[in-house]
Design a protein around this ligand. Structure first.
Ligand code: NAD
Length: 350
């Protein structure tokens, strides 16, 4: 398997393959860019079909973090840690302590937080080994803690911005929203959508997460194989990436797609496929920046939850600007967002 000629290799600054025999930890840490600051991005733990798939995910996710942080005006570069989940090496305090030592060995060029498959409790074990970890509980009104609720709030406000642009409505009241994945972010998002008067369809491959949401909210559960094609006004992907493809896009009924999942588009060309079908796409790394904004304020210290909220409020404004540019130029929103991110990084390099 080539690395430098890998289809997803994008001049990544460094790639680290760590193996800790004692705990069973196998992790890839990809540092895409430190041009704008330390490479910040969460740690994902997932059971990949192959090591090659894990590498592809690390390369794509870390580049997405560079773009996300640039567009959110954060002084962070982009990176990501991907733990290869293995039945022989289940989650344990030792495994996350080992991760902490590996993160620490990078001397702060990469800073981590929780992502799919990783919890705040896991991150507490990382914290015992390194200071380069965030998304941890803070005291009083200080910024920090689980970033997921902030991600959900940003996504909710972003959905409202997209609803206004595409459907000409001021709220989600009476709309049907299909939420794929009801974990940390999707679960919070359902609560906000319910409070706003939306009808909610949900799907998840994890029965426990489905039960938590369906026990507390009036949601309709549908099959994971149908959620993308549900009869809904809005599709909110909050599970994994690579779901918007040449095969899935023709079958989508929603008029707009706005959700938290990273790397929703399989390829750049899929953004144009959505635009051709007049499906408004909220670029994932623009709409889902709420969590990393919270992480930035925690990293910065001396920040309050109010400051996080004020910065998360800029997410719908950024999306509205992108939607306006897309309407005026006739170009897909994802391409405009990528160009903006690359301009900001180039300016930072100078
Ligand atoms: P999570 O692990 O808590 O939840 C993800 C959920 O998706 C799980 O319940 C999982 O079972 C479900 N899922 C996986 N595959 C599925 C499928 N095929 N169909 C239906 N459900 C499926 O993760 P999270 O923290 O809620 O993150 C969700 C997404 O948002 C991820 O792509 C993550 O990278 C992205 N994101 C998260 C944050 C954050 O603050 N947590 C920030 C930015 C982006």
């Amino acid at each position: 398997m080539g690395i430098f000629d890998h289809a997803e290799f994008d001049d990544h600054e460094s790639l680290h393959f760590f193996n800790d025999e004692a705990s069973g930890l196998r992790v890839i840490i990809a540092v895409h860019s430190t041009v704008l600051g330390p490479a910040a991005g969460g740690c994902r733990r997932w059971s990949y079909a192959s090591d090659a798939d894990a590498l592809t995910d690390a390369l794509r996710l870390s580049r997405g973090m560079t773009y996300k942080n640039a567009v959110a005006s954060l002084p962070f570069g982009g990176g990501k840690a991907v733990i290869l989940a293995d039945d022989a090496a289940p989650k344990s305090s030792e495994l996350f302590a080992a991760l902490g030592r590996k993160v620490d060995s990078l001397g702060g060029s990469y800073i981590t937080a929780e992502d799919v498959g990783v919890s705040i409790d896991d991150m507490q074990h990382v914290r015992q080994q390194t200071k380069f970890v965030f998304g941890l509980p803070q005291s009083g009104d200080s910024a920090g803690g689980d970033p997921s609720p902030w991600t959900a709030i940003g996504v909710f406000w972003g959905i409202n911005a997209a609803v206004k642009t595409r459907l000409g409505r001021d709220s989600c009241e009476g709309l049907t929203v299909a939420v794929q994945g009801v974990g940390h972010v999707g679960g919070h998002l359902c609560k906000l959508l319910h409070e706003a008067g939306a009808k909610i369809l949900v799907a998840d491959v994890n029965r426990e997460n489905l039960k938590i949401v369906s026990d507390s909210l009036p949601v309709e559960i549908i099959s994971p194989s149908e959620i993308l094609y549900a009869d809904a006004d809005v599709l909110a992907p909050c599970a994994l990436g690579n779901i918007l493809t040449s095969a899935t896009i023709p079958k989508i009924k929603a008029k707009l797609i706005a959700g938290a999942a990273n790397n929703q588009l399989s390829t750049v060309a899929d953004g144009a496929r959505l635009a051709d079908r007049e499906i408004l796409f909220a670029p994932d790394y623009v709409i889902n920046a709420g969590g990393i904004i919270s992480v930035w304020h925690e990293y910065n210290g001396a920040s309050s939850a109010d400051q996080v909220r004020r910065d998360v409020e800029k997410i719908p404004q950024r999306l509205e600007a992108l939607f306006r540019d897309a309407a005026e130029s006739g170009r897909p929103t994802n391409e405009l967002a990528d160009e903006l991110a690359r301009r900001l990084i180039a300016a930072g390099r100078k």
